[in-house]
Design a protein around this ligand. Structure first.
Ligand SMILES: Nc1ncnc2c1ncn2[C@@H]1O[C@H](COP(=O)(O)OP(=O)(O)OP(=O)(O)O)[C@@H](O)[C@H]1O
Ligand SMILES: [Mg+2]
Length: 420
């Protein structure tokens, strides 16, 4: 397999990030180009200003194109925001053909799991199979080729607001590109950050971004729960801004340069001076006072994440604890604070599993989602297992855009079957 190019586009609340990658047999996944632009068109993970978002997308993809020396056409884009909801569902079908289960049967079964009442303004983003049951035998990972008459599945269904997804499509198309897939952001981040063995023993991914904190819980190599919370790093900056009467940029810089998630009693305190605004006198603040502003907000974020994890029913199954990622996890001490608040092991995770190219440039928790989108796109197995090819996925005025989206999926599924 040589060099098919895959582009991950993470439209975040604070930055838009495009990652261009290709897979080759020798080096694995090569990062060919990265482009970042600051983002001002989103609020808490959701597009609220089309024009600003379009120009940020153009800037980010343009930079990545120039770095990679390629022309981008299709992108795999992320979606988040607290409109995203998820729940468990079940489906059952009987097979017709001599009792050997086919891919078509599985497809029919997954479709059956989606027959749930849903408000008209929502659509399904993902159907994530957790387990298949063949003639009463549970724990089947892949039933294709097995003998059986009665086929059941437990799935995790993720839904989102149609309008939120359409606005993402609209922005990408207006910027001159087309959407190959739309992927839940915490699911994408999990591909770049979590190790296989963590997913096996049980782990919760907590992606603290600017506008949203995204959660994904895994056990037995299967996704068990997803959730999106509308409190993240921007709130930490706002607290500093309001608490100290600073400008936004000053507060942001202060947080990045001196912020600590916990007061470190073993370190001597430092005094930080902040230039005054408009000829006013400079201000001073101790580093411990700064962390007294940061800590409660980070604790709040982690506590809400903890509630979300409890809601999943898997809080006691986290053998590998929690893995933090996203720019909001860059404040030193965040992992220690998470371990204290949640009572489990915690580490900060960055994108891994990459072969060559601009690996260093993306080795940062801020880029977990964009790299994860690329890994998602490069892994046909993921697509086969997790995509339900509903042609009417995001129909409506955007009919034409939807076609291009589902066509990409169908093409890739077909190609995968040919490779088999
Ligand atoms: N070096 C750093 N130290 C502390 N915080 C940082 C640092 N770099 C970035 N951040 C914080 O990370 C947050 C942005 O993280 P990230 O880039 O993951 O978010 P996003 O993807 O743009 O937003 P979202 O995922 O919520 O839509 C901001 O609140 C920013 O202040
Ligand atoms: Mg993000």
């Amino acid at each position: 397999m040589d060099g098919e190019i895959v582009v991950g586009l993470d439209i975040g609340t604070t930055k838009v990030c495009a990652v261009v990658a290709a897979e080759d047999e020798l080096e694995g996944i090569n990062i060919l180009g990265v482009g970042i632009a600051s983002s001002e068109g989103l609020n808490r993970g959701v597009v609220v200003n089309i024009d600003k978002t379009v120009s940020a997308i153009r800037e980010a993809i343009g930079k990545a194109e120039r770095a990679a020396g390629v022309t981008v056409e299709n992108v795999i884009v992320g979606i988040a925001g607290d409109h995203v909801q998820s729940f468990q569902s079940r489906g059952v079908i009987t097979t017709h053909r001599d009792g050997v289960i086919t891919q078509h049967d599985v497809q029919r079964l997954l479709e059956d799991t989606t027959h749930v009442a849903m408000p008209a303004d929502r659509k399904i983003l993902h159907v994530l199979p957790q387990e298949y049951i063949v003639d009463g035998q549970d724990g089947v990972v892949d039933p294709v080729g097995m003998s059986g008459v009665r086929l059941e599945a437990n799935v995790h269904i993720v839904t989102g607001l149609v309008s939120a997804a359409r606005n993402i499509y609209r922005c990408v198309e207006k910027a001159g590109y087309s959407v190959a897939d739309i992927v839940l952001e915490p699911l994408a981040s999990s591909y770049s950050v979590l190790h296989q063995d963590e997913k096996e023993v049980g782990v919760a991914l907590i992606d603290i971004g600017g506008g949203t904190t995204d959660i994904a819980v895994f056990e037995d190599n299967t996704i068990r729960h997803t959730g999106v919370i509308a409190v993240a790093g921007t709130k930490v900056t706002d607290d500093i801004r309001k608490g100290l009467g600073l400008m936004r940029d000053q507060a942001e810089q202060l947080k990045r340069q001196f912020g600590l998630a916990l007061v470190d009693v073993n370190q001597p305190d430092e005094v930080i001076s902040i230039p005054g605004i408009g000829g006013r006198q400079e201000k001073t603040i101790s580093r411990s006072a700064l962390s007294q502003i940061i800590q409660p907000r980070l604790e709040e974020i982690l506590e809400i994440a903890g509630i979300e994890i409890k809601r999943s029913g898997y809080a006691r199954h986290l053998g590998a604890g929690v893995v933090l990622t996203g720019g909001g996890s860059l404040i030193p001490g965040t992992a220690q604070l998470a371990a204290e608040v949640l009572g489990v092991e915690a580490r900060v995770g960055l994108p891994t599993g990459l072969g060559g190219g601009m690996v260093k440039e993306v080795s940062d928790p801020k880029y977990s989602t964009a790299v994860g989108l690329v890994l998602y796109g490069l892994n046909p197995e993921v697509i086969r297992r997790e995509f339900l090819d509903t042609n009417e996925k995001w129909t409506g005025q955007q009919g034409q855009l939807d076609d291009s989206g589902s066509r990409g999926i169908v093409e890739r599924m077909t190609r995968w079957f040919q490779e088999l």
